[in-house]
Design a protein around this ligand. Structure first.
Ligand code: FAD
Length: 491
């Protein structure tokens, strides 16, 4: 049985382990933390449960696929429900827009609250679907770094339609042409943040993202997002995958540019192949010190990071809120300018509030709610995070209290905070960026690191910092691409 070692038990690491085990590999996952999941982790404190990172679950079919592959019924492991209401958007002038999953209802809602009409919204969503149809087979489901990927009819057809994916103008430029109302433009520009990018720089190709929510849907896993990690680990263990926790990998061992294994806790562990789920930057700089790293990869711009307040809230402060809520800044361009150009936190940040207790009562004590309050911030480049966090906390509380007409600060009964440094430390993510490299350039999809090393035989990469990119669905697709490569090697 060929031996595979996976470095990291993030969602992509676990998915790779499952796929490889199904193919007959003997798999061991080495994880530096005492728990699996990486960014898809959870926090429990003072009777509250919080999902530590991801809160929006799209494309659950990629998770289900792993169970089906192993001949199991996904519903025996985890269940999730499709949301009717994807998100509530709140604007400073008192307008609120409910983004219904149903496209017609959503279009009517936008028309009722803005100067745009329902037809414009439906056309936009149709365009989003068209971009998905073209990009999905080429940019998401295949390696972009194998000649064979380009030699089939479907890919060639997609490549011929490239101008239709709108890569030559920014999201904001495209959305400002499509819509009249600044509120509608802001709502759709926001999707750039789903992979940590800037709508004023990122190509309009990212307008593909709304299709995921309004076609495939936004989902809520019963028991919270962390149940995805739990379910996948359970499946992996049933497939005889071994998990070694508190086991940071120190070095990837090579002989004549071929992987021979890894070292962890001072011990050598042999392997026929190694998959790194660790951020590609640190895979090179920490684990592969003896080979020359691909400098253009290490220099790539990183995605934004996040500052999260995990607040236990007592009382009815959030009565008007749902699972996903966004409180928009008044000047979106200034906010992104602060994040990307000035590398600081904007004074009037767009605030995301996720309350899983709305659907999962056990996540908070009776009469309370668990508020996951997040703002976009730059990746870590040595800022004074203590000062920035204190200032941001004040701004966020003022904004939420103003919009809700209630004093949020006095309702907080439990609190913890996670910022770029913490994200970086907890998951070894370079500069604490949450989606690997940014998608601000129209070439980003082509420049992201491949899923296989070009110079080291037997070394593969799966996860949000490599092709096809960050976010749970893409991280899962990276595992699928790597598994395809491992299958060919095994033959
Ligand atoms: P990671 O989760 O980073 O896992 C890497 C693992 O490798 C970690 O467990 C780490 O400890 C381990 N590791 C690193 N180095 C070593 C070593 N040397 N030895 C052993 N182990 C090592 N995505 C969405 O789809 N929806 C969302 O709503 C969403 N929101 C997010 C909000 C936040 C605050 C954050 C942080 C992320 C969010 N994401 C979201 C992104 C999503 O979480 C990630 O893209 C995805 O979880 C990445 O998974 P991964 O397997 O690539 O890597």
């Amino acid at each position: 049985m060929p031996k595979l070692i996976v470095i990291g038990a993030g969602v992509a690491g676990i998915a790779t382990a499952i796929r490889a085990a199904v193919q007959g590999y003997d798999v061991t996952v080495f994880e530096q933390n005492s728990y699996p999941g990486g960014k898809l982790a959870e926090i429990r404190e003072n009777g509250f449960r919080f999902d530590a990172g991801p809160s929006l679950f799209t494309m659950p079919q990629y998770v289900d696929e792993l169970f089906l592959l192993a001949g199991k019924n996904p519903r025996d492991y985890f269940t999730c429900s499709k949301l009717d209401l994807v998100c509530n958007y709140f604007y400073e002038d008192g307008t609120s827009i409910s983004a219904w999953a149903d496209a017609d209802r959503f279009a009517r809602e936008v028309a009722a609250h803005t100067a745009d009409n329902a037809v414009a919204v439906k056309k936009f969503l149709a365009k989003s679907g068209e971009i998905y149809g073209i990009t999905s087979p080429v940019f998401l489901e295949r390696s972009l770094h194998k000649v064979r990927s380009y030699l089939n009819l479907q890919t060639l057809r997609s490549l011929l339609r490239l101008p239709a994916i709108d890569p030559f103008r920014t999201m904001n430029e495209a959305n400002s042409r499509r819509f009249r109302d600044a509120k509608t433009i802001q709502l759709f520009n926001r999707y750039a943040t789903y992979n940590g990018s800037d709508p004023y720089q990122a190509p309009a190709t990212l307008n593909v993202i709304p299709h995921l929510e309004h076609h495939f849907g936004a989902w809520f896993p019963q028991g919270g997002m962390y149940n995805i990690t739990r379910a996948l680990v359970r499946l992996a263990e049933e497939l005889q995958v071994t998990f070694e926790y508190n086991a940071p990998v120190q070095e990837i061992m090579l002989s004549s540019r071929k992987v021979t294994g890894i070292t962890s806790r001072g011990q050598f562990h042999p392997a026929d192949a190694v998959v790194s789920n660790m951020d590609v930057y640190f895979t090179y700089t920490r684990l592969l010190k003896k080979i020359r790293p691909p400098k253009h990869i290490l220099r790539q711009e990183r995605s934004s990071s996040a500052l999260i307040f995990y607040w236990g809230i007592s009382g009815a402060v959030g009565e008007s809120l749902d699972l996903h809520n966004i409180f928009f800044s008044e000047d979106y361009a200034a906010e992104f300018n602060a994040i990307w150009k000035a590398q600081r936190i904007y004074e009037d940040p767009t605030v995301y509030v996720n309350i899983s207790a709305k659907l999962e009562a056990a996540d908070a004590p009776p009469g309370c709610e668990n508020w996951f309050v997040m703002i976009n911030v730059p990746a870590d480049s040595g800022q004074d995070w203590e000062q920035l966090t204190n200032e941001a906390r004040k701004h966020v509380l003022t904004k939420l209290s103003r919009n809700l007409g209630k004093d949020v600060a006095s309702a907080i009964v439990s609190e913890s905070v996670l910022g770029p440094r913490g994200i970086g430390k907890n998951t070894s993510s370079y500069r604490g960026s949450i989606y690997g490299t940014s998608s601000n350039s129209k070439y980003a999809a082509f420049l992201r690191h491949a899923n296989r090393s070009a110079t080291v035989h037997g070394l593969y990469f799966a996860g949000g910092s490599v092709h096809p990119g960050g976010g749970i669905p893409l991280a899962l697709l990276s595992a699928k691409i790597v598994a395809g490569m491992l299958r060919q090697v095994k033959r």
